[in-house]
Design a protein around this ligand. Structure first.
Ligand code: SF4
Ligand code: SF4
Length: 111
């Protein structure tokens, strides 16, 4: 069964994703493409926003609520990998369901 995340993407257009600069591929051992990020604080970066859709992560492909894909899935920040870990089996947490609410999608209740 497909993960609900594959037809959602709400979190990727709702929240700014920040990450330690140590996760950037320009740092030793880092993996997140630095070219898709902007400086945020002296020790952190953030995923760049889409130029035409502020708050939408530049790495998100597809249409929210229909079909989406993270184009850097294997290299996404740890904040993304750790977000709402049970959503993939249909159980959203507060932040997941708030993002879905903002996008007009129903909560994931696990039912
Ligand atoms: S974690 Fe929640 S908000 Fe994010 S894509 Fe999955 S279902 Fe949507
Ligand atoms: S890096 Fe991928 S998972 Fe993280 S916000 Fe952007 S599109 Fe979503």
């Amino acid at each position: 069964m497909a993960s609900p995340c594959q037809s959602c993407g709400a979190c990727c257009v709702s929240y700014r994703v920040t990450l330690p600069r140590a996760e950037l591929d320009t740092s030793p051992g880092g993996w997140v493409p630095a070219t898709l990020t902007d400086p945020y604080t002296p020790t952190t970066a953030c995923m760049r926003e889409h130029p035409e859709t502020p708050s939408r992560c530049i790495a998100l492909a597809g249409t929210v609520g229909q079909w989406v894909s993270c184009t850097i899935y294997a290299q996404r920040p740890s904040a993304c990998a750790d977000f709402a870990p049970l959503a993939m089996i249909g159980i959203g947490d507060e932040a997941c369901n708030e993002a879905r609410r903002r996008c007009g999608l129903p909560p994931l209740t696990g039912l």
